[in-house]
Write a protein of this length. Sequence first.
Lengths: 227, 819
Amino acid sequence: MTVAIKVSSVGKSVLSNEAELTILKDISFEVQSGQSVAIVGTSGAGKSTLMTLLAGLDIPTSGDIKLLGQSLSQLDDEARAQIRSESIGFVFQSFLLIPSLTALENVTLPAILRGEGEDIAKAKQLLESVGLSGRETHLPSQLSGGEQQRVALARAFMTQPRILFADEPTGNLDQSTAEHIIELLFEMNQKHGTTLVLITHDPKLAQRCERTLTINAGQINEEVKGG
Amino acid sequence: MSKQALRPNISGDNKSSGNRMILRWSWREIWQGQLWPVMAALTLIVACVVALSALAIRVEKVMTDQGRSMMAADLVFRSANPTPEFILQRAHDQNLVLSSQVRFQTMAFSDTGMQLVSVKSVESNYPLRGELLFNGADNQIHNQVKSGEVWIAERLLSLLELSIGDVIAIGDAELPISGVIESEPELAFNPFRTMPSVFIHQSDLDKTGAIQLGSRVQYRTLFKGEDSAISLLQSDYELQAGERWISEETQGRTADLMQKAKQYLSLTILMVILMASVTLVLTCQHYATSRANTVAMLKSMGASKQWLKRWLLSQVGLMFFTGVVAGSLIGLGLELLLRIPLAGILPENLPSYGWQPFAFGSVVALFIGLPALGIPLLRLLDTPAIAVLQSQMTAPSKKGLWLIAVPVVAFLFMYGNNSLVWMVSVGLVVLFVLLAGISYGLVHLFGRFKWGAAMTLALSRIKRSPKNSMMQLAALSGSLMLVAVIWLVRTDLLGDWQQTLPPDAPNVFAMNIAPYEQQEYLQKLDNENLDRSEGYPIVRGRLTEINGESTKEKMKGEGQGSEALRREINFTWRDALPVHNEVTAGEWRSSNGVSVEQDVANDLGIEIGDTLSFSVNSQSFSAVVNSIRIVDWQSMKPNFYFIFTPDVIAELPATWLVSFKIDDNENTLLNQLARDYPTVSLLDFRTMGGKIQAMLAQITWSLSVLAGLGVVSGVLLIFTLLRLSLYQRQREITLYRTLGASRQRISQTLWSEYGVMALAAGFVAVMGAEAIVFSLVKWGFKLEPTLHIGMWIVLPLLAMMIVFMSLVSVIKQLLKPLK
């Protein structure tokens, strides 16, 4: 088993109202390839900040993060963007679909960003796998919240990412839809063998993951699961 | 730190597939997405500029053609000597059409009488422009003079008791009268310098014996051809003393009309561009703000800066191209519509406007679009990827500010020499700063009073987001101000021209009325209920000395004064100065005084208190200068260089002059007057007056239509701005609705907020407009400025009306609850 993410003594501080605010303190952990990890914690604990660092959207104030063997602190914006386009998938709480693109076009977007062509066949297949076959030409405004999140899921898997980051993927959904999305998420995760890192308040979602990391006062604790 | 990884090489097929997708996406963004308001503003700029400049080019060409018709050519060279061979050769080289003309005064004789006449000796191709209409013996209309023919003014027939076909002696030449002059293109406008006209052919000139050593003859060569060739001809030759070029821009009363109309045209176009620019800037900023999340999301998915630039550029490029095409088509349609009210006035074969309006529209859109879109989009590219998960507070960036130089440099290049434009621009900048502050102060002032809940909410909202509110207020009041300036300047210009040549201006001058006939003549006019002037006594004489010094030396000069010294001029005496002469120095006294016209006084160095000596029929007398006045030579009123107090010349023999107005169909009356008073000279200006009136009507309509278009585009732009502002508030407003606020409460809040802003903007705009119009009219167009009370009510009302229309159009959408 290879290490997908290695976090070593990472700290993150920001300037707020001319005072330094420490969000994360000396965090260290590893995520193996193919694992599913839930990051939980109270509001303002630093979950989103940790995810932005893990995904290479930002760099830590101290320490180092190795993503798929590459040290993120040593890469510039463009290099980190390239890693994301090649290896990372995202699912956001507010779906973030492009309103003027159809479901199919939204799914193909990551491939276009990589410079690949519009792989219509693959996109259709992905939409089918999330139960949206026949809705390819619909705009996001014509889809329900749950359907939009399914499109977002399909989009995230378009480039066969090695790591999938999900920020509160069920946060804007009702319970029944949320359960469906969770099923899909893990189904696709197993199918593609992706490493899954997600932020969630949903205890059911956290329980489905192999590991749960709790952030509290900028530090991390691991919840040990039985069995 | 930087280790730039290489992106994989992309195959051609993949690249074009990706490009097609980006183009599709861009197209949808323009028509359904966030780019729609930007697209609308850009299209509107192009449409307005194309329509305005197409119409302006047409109108300018028509006015130029009119002016040239009245000159009978595109350019005239005038001299006391034959036209230099150099000019004639150059004209031939430039493929210009030439026609030579010689003018002189001589005696015309019949068996029973003689009369001083003004003779024009012309070639067969005269006139090169305009129309010459002769009524021949056969009652047919003739348009040219042939060898052996002589065409005379109708009144000459009665003066010399001749009929068509009789022989008339013009100088030494005896020629049969071919017919009478119905109308001629070149009409002199000074009634005192108009002797009956006679046309002969150039080949008969020598027979008249008029060209002798020392004879006062005027040589003219008329030119017609391409504008560039005409300009080249003028610039190629250095004028000698006594020589002059005459063009439609220098010729008489129409020159002034055209000059001012052209200035107004370019000013209107500029103001519309300014208003449209403001709208474009604000819509572009709104667009960039709305795209921040998308850019962050794309970056989080791995989009490179290169890809993002391509994505943005394709949107901007497609939008620009579509905007220019759509705007040009709409502009063409607008121009067609605008021609409808001008149908009766514009000629049937309209001059083409060529490619210029389209080029101008595209260039304006590009130059304004570059900074308007470029600056926010360059900053958009810097949106950090992290913003997709966490909103960021970023310091305001200075990136791309250099793009502002593009329109600024273009503006200086195009309008750098135009003082009117500078007046408007500087006025706008100063007023924006001052008045934005005042309007904000007004809003705070309103806030001091107790209002209902909706109004209180509205005022507190305006105060809470001062920068936003100030920008909206400044944009709204600025646009309203420009709209008002466009309309008010038009009104003032037209008002002035109407005063100069009102429809009820006199069109007949009766001169040489003998003293014993004067009372009777005036009574006759009154019996016919004709609008007439007072009777003016006319004494012909010369100015001989200024403060004891002879005026002989000053005769050689070029100015008005010198010209006045070279011939006998008309004096008059009055108890008081005419009301249409403005006194600029001194004061009219009741005795031993003379009032002098300003240009003559300046030219001859005459001042208040100087003693001037005159000679009338070899009788000398003097008077002291008591006042200097401005005379509007363009007006159809009797005007004089020198006006005396009665005691100075009332005793001298005089004839009388009166001017009056008759209708086109009152020829019988005029003929009757001519028969009853055969010694009275009647100068009938109905035809020329009619021509000037027609031109004035044309310009009035053109300016009104252009002003109307300027106002409509301004209103549309303000409407777009307001709708944009409302949409920006959509989330906030629909959130209130979702939280349970009643439709009524939200409506009232919106009406109050935007109503307060409209009222403040309206008043601020009218103050600014009055200030700018004052300076434009006084120092730009050199007219008397006036206050426009009506605008103080109309503009705030207009502002309220636009707000009403904007709110009505979006309020339903805004009051829907969030999904």
